[in-house]
Design a protein around this ligand. Structure first.
Ligand SMILES: Cc1ncc(COP(=O)(O)O)c(C=O)c1O
Length: 435
């Protein structure tokens, strides 16, 4: 008996798991997914920022198939080609001196590993992080996550010696300032935490997302990121860049750190690394990595041969098909178009991001977050064949994260659907306010 898949899924899968839509997809290619009923949708979610080069890219599928036919699992018992090739590819594209890697499966696992490396190398206890950050769902990661209290509720006590400062969220500056005239109160706050609460000499790591993802697609000023780099260097603190969401071309560069001109000590990667095959990892210079003793960390499934082959193919496809350049070129046009829509619709408070990591923040007539209108815009888009997901503590930021190799036609077709939805919901909001 074939009962509806969603019904069966709801029967068996824990309600803790959230699903963004009720679509049941039978196949996906590039920027499109096709449901069981045969309807095609443009996918501007990339399976939560993961299929950066589109679904089932030909070169990725072929590399994975080849690896599947030869070796699926090694479990740390024997060596294989694909993991070494991946290290060589990553060394070439990660910032600065990063030339050694550890591979795991999920983003959270890699963040855990990065924190362990920092603690082990520095022999220090504390970790410094940011309000609004999302680093994953293990207990260690939840301890440094604060994009929403729902991730933390019922899990206290969490890791000790975690310190936190507000992120540089200029659109809603925590200090009530305007970017053009502020004195970087956000930086002063960090200095104060290190003056009042935790001595820098006790701090193993500062971990940050170069663009906050779940927290609302927040791009900090260059000065803020440079300060983090300078301060951590001065005090022998490991700077960990969590590039799980920002990596692998998402922002039009290999990594978002490249936009800020900084080199972190440790970089964390996942999501886009293998086009949807489960793989994550972190990298550091061999000078740092070699201070880690054998057995200090490990994994059974991490660095799976098939996932590594898919990752190598992903990186090569990005390079060979000039996807970064494509993304950068189209991104400028997309921002222009979105700003025009913003000018016509006060429902849109802010348009921000880099490359194809774009956030559109929806607000009410008082400037407050507007999650209900956000949900309506996304619903309308879905009705018209465009998949979007949201983020932000109040759920009022729509993410526009199409594949970085999407065609111009598909990209602007998606934007048309988005514009129509904003128009419609704006009209409804107006009617509601004047009813
Ligand atoms: C910046 C960042 N770090 C870590 C994670 C956790 O990754 P995963 O869900 O693969 O554990 C995410 C997931 O959204 C993320 O966006």
């Amino acid at each position: 008996m074939r009962i509806n898949v969603v019904k069966r899924a709801k029967k068996y899968l824990t309600p803790a798991l959230g699903w963004d839509t009720e679509l049941v997809v039978r196949r996906a290619r590039g920027a499109e997914v096709e449901t069981k009923t045969g309807r095609k949708y443009l996918d501007f979610s990339c399976g939560t920022a993961t299929t950066n080069i589109g679904h089932c890219h030909r070169k990725v599928v072929s590399a994975a198939k080849h690896q599947l036919n030869n070796l699926i699992h090694a479990g740390g018992v024997y060596y294989y080609d694909s993991i070494v090739k991946l290290c060589e590819e990553l060394k070439a594209i990660t910032p600065g001196a990063i030339d050694m890697f550890f591979f795991s499966n999920a983003g959270a696992e890699a963040v855990e590993g990065a924190m362990k490396l920092a603690k082990s190398v520095t022999h220090r206890p504390a970790v410094f992080c940011f309000r609004g950050a999302f680093h994953g769902r293990t207990l260690g990661c939840v301890s440094i996550t604060s994009s929403n209290v729902k991730y933390r509720k019922n899990y206290e006590p969490l890791l000790p010696s975690v310190y936190r400062a507000p992120f540089a969220y200029c659109y809603r500056c925590p200090y009530g300032q305007k970017r053009e005239t502020c004195s970087f109160e956000c930086i002063q706050f960090i200095r104060d935490v290190f003056k009042h609460e935790i001595d820098p000499s006790q701090t193993a790591a500062v971990i940050f997302e170069p663009i906050q993802g779940e927290g609302g697609y927040i791009v900090p000023p260059v000065e803020f990121v440079k300060f983090l780099r300078d301060f951590t260097k001065e005090h022998g603190i490991m700077l960990i860049a969590d590039e799980v969401q920002t990596g692998f071309g998402r922002t039009g560069e290999w990594f978002a750190c490249d936009h800020f001109g900084i080199e972190p000590d440790i970089i964390v990667m996942a999501k886009g690394i293998a086009s949807g095959f489960p793989l994550s990892g972190f990298g550091a210079s061999s000078k740092i990595m070699k201070q880690w003793t054998p057995g200090a960390h490990g994994t059974t499934f991490g660095g799976n041969p098939v996932s590594c082959a898919a990752a190598v193919a992903t990186i090569r496809a990005i390079r060979e098909e000039r996807m970064l350049e494509h993304c950068r070129e189209l991104s400028a046009e997309v921002f222009g178009r979105l700003r025009k829509i913003q000018n016509n619709h006060p429902l849109i408070g802010d348009v921000r991001g880099l490359g194809f990591m774009i956030g559109v923040e929806l607000i009410d007539s008082h400037g407050a977050p507007h999650p209900t209108a956000t949900a309506k815009v996304m619903e309308r888009c879905l009705e018209n064949g465009l998949i979007l997901i949201n983020c932000g503590t109040s759920g009022n930021v729509i993410r526009l994260i199409p594949p970085i190799n999407i065609s111009r036609e598909q990209l602007f077709r998606g934007l048309e659907i988005f514009e129509e939805a904003v128009q419609k919901v704006s009209q409804e909001e107006f009617e509601l306010a004047h009813a």
